[in-house]
Design a binder for this molecule. Sequence first.
Ligand SMILES: NC(=O)c1ccc[n+]([C@@H]2O[C@H](COP(=O)([O-])OP(=O)(O)OC[C@H]3O[C@@H](n4cnc5c(N)ncnc54)[C@H](OP(=O)(O)O)[C@@H]3O)[C@@H](O)[C@H]2O)c1
Length: 310
Amino acid sequence: MVKIGKSNVESTPLGLGTNAVGGNNLFPNLKDETGIQIVKTGLDSGITLLDTAFAYGMGHSEELIGQAIKGYDRSKFVIATKAAQDTSDGDVKINNNPQFLKKSVDDALKRLQTDYIDIFYIHFPDDQTPKDEAVAALNEMKQEGKIKAIGVSNFSLDQIKEANKDGLVDVVEDQYSLLHRDAETEMFDYLRENNISFVPFFPLASGLLTGKYSEVVDFPENDIRHGNPDFTGERFEKIVEKVNNLKPLADKHGITTAQLVLAWYIKNPDVTVVIPGAKRPEQVQSNAKALNVSLSDEEYAQIDNDFRNI
Ligand SMILES: NC(=O)c1ccc[n+]([C@@H]2O[C@H](COP(=O)([O-])OP(=O)(O)OC[C@H]3O[C@@H](n4cnc5c(N)ncnc54)[C@H](OP(=O)(O)O)[C@@H]3O)[C@@H](O)[C@H]2O)c1
């Protein structure tokens, strides 16, 4: 188990990303029943962290998770959710106002049908709210027992420092994968020095790092992968070649390429919890097996180097 920042929250080093659970605004053709099965399969497979957000289906992901967790012992898993999207005027505005964040915690608790949220992230920074004031509002929620750990997501290092002025930030969630390594130079030193956990999003590069792609796919406009430069042109070709090169090492371990890649994050000292998403329960079941994979230092370094300049 790993600990989240300075909080008492603990998790398996592999969790479940749920933007495809009720995230109808991010992917086409999602079915609620499949989403519920994805969550249950995660918990049944020994995964103990569920990563969701208001923005996934504008509350729908949280609602489905609320349904899925009925019958499970709440003390045995942790829920992370996020807010910042203010829809009160009809359109979506990013809002870190203290009152708005407190209301967001209360609203999320209702949708999740639970008494507390283990990790609550400010999903995106706004332009006007001092970040330490936004975090202070979440700290009040923490004192009231409504949340247990404070996180920020999509914040620059300067914004993280401002948010953490009083040392209250437990965890940062940001894009990081074998293909996107900016966080290594931008923030890992600060996070390490300040006992802040790191949760990378898009760890499988939206599926590219599973090794299942050989041809360019034209994703529909209502799919978040539409227009993603990793999935087009020469960059796509180069990524596919690198990912295919992982196959012999995966074969040596008797595992899939996705499990090998997930095991790399689990061994990565700067990654606290890796949260691959899934569209089908079988993917969750398979990804959870990465918890049993152990890479040698040499294997870890080989993968690290192979993807260093991509
Ligand atoms: N904080 C933020 O702003 C932010 C932003 C983005 C995401 N997130 C969080 O991070 C999580 C992870 O990101 P993500 O889900 O978008 O991307 P990801 O984890 O990089 O990729 C997940 C996708 O890969 C495919 N996949 C997963 N396991 C597989 C397997 N074993 N074999 C073959 N294909 C497999 C599935 O898509 P297909 O079946 O369609 O290929 C799945 O939806 C999200 O679910 C969300 O919780 C947070």
